[in-house]
Write a protein that binds this ligand. Sequence first.
Ligand code: NAD
Ligand code: UDP
Length: 313
Amino acid sequence: MRKQILVTGGAGFLGSHLCERLLNGGHEVVCVDNFYTGQKANISSLAQNQYFEVMRHDICFPLYVEVDEIYNLACPASPIHYQFDPVQTTKTSVHGSINMLGLAKRVKAKILLASTSEVYGDPKVHPQPETYWGNVNPLGPRACYDEGKRCAETLFFDYYRQHQLKIKVARIFNTYGPRMYVNDGRVVSNFVIQALRGEDITIFGDGSQTRSFCYVDDLIDGLIKLMNSPDDFTGPVNLGNTAEYSVFELAETIIKLTGSRSRIAFKPSPEDDPRQRQPDIALAKEKLNWQPSVNLTEGLNKTITYFKQIVGL
Ligand code: NAD
Ligand code: UDP
């Protein structure tokens, strides 16, 4: 059955992949984006599809569209972008979620939130299960994002309890792949571009902090499986790859895969940078029958191929 699906943040990195997959699945997609970090180029290949529609709109303001499902992805995800205008970041998570939940209530749509592993802050439990309440500094430079998403989760669960909305909450761990913005600032895109250009690879801190990197195709599978899961499964559910690497190991791997002559340059560590991060995905395996299938080398090679075209190599 062809569904009408709204994707907020649909011109962004994850959103554009999601729009493409939903269209390929035979659905009608309305992409809403204010192009804060999103790119028209990400969705240009979809423009010819008669079932694809783009609306320039900021979700901090109400929106009226008739849809069956809403994927709420709108929000800058890279620290440099979400810290550039922190008040707008919180507004996007909080006012934006209220507006999208209000829309879902009015049109009786199912609604999914793209939440984040950042709700765990600098975690004291490792790996992180969904039952862990997190260790977030509510006053620091990352708080606009972390607390914004935590409040968005609260709103989703209050609408579920108070208004019986059909909700789904995904906690997404670091995801990478083609269509990340060149100036995105996140570690994978930064390192790949620096390596391709022969520039210094900028490691913040000593590089011993860890992250677990999920390739975009796997993540999109997880989001769609979550949306299509039985109504009594709301999440929150972790979606991410369990293979954990230090930032230093990531830099070495990217230098090797690109054959780059770049050198490593150590820079000061950003405030409140989480020391470690690895998802416990037992719940996603059990409830969604989901686990990632693309390993780091395979995913990085696809990402490197993409960025070679972008930087003109
Ligand atoms: P992105 O910055 O590429 O995409 C975000 C999109 O939202 C952009 O197109 C941007 O223009 C749009 N946007 C921002 N504010 C908006 C607003 N007020 N109204 C309408 N559109 C707005 O980031 P991404 O990596 O694609 O992340 C998508 C979602 O997934 C975000 O909600 C992010 O928090 C979440 N997430 C991503 C990751 C990851 O590793 N990529 C990890 C955890 C969570
Ligand atoms: N990082 C780095 N060099 C960069 C960009 C990021 O060493 O050029 C580090 C950053 O300090 C963090 C990790 O890489 O420890 C992941 O950063 P990213 O911004 O990609 O995501 P997040 O911190 O939100 O997980």
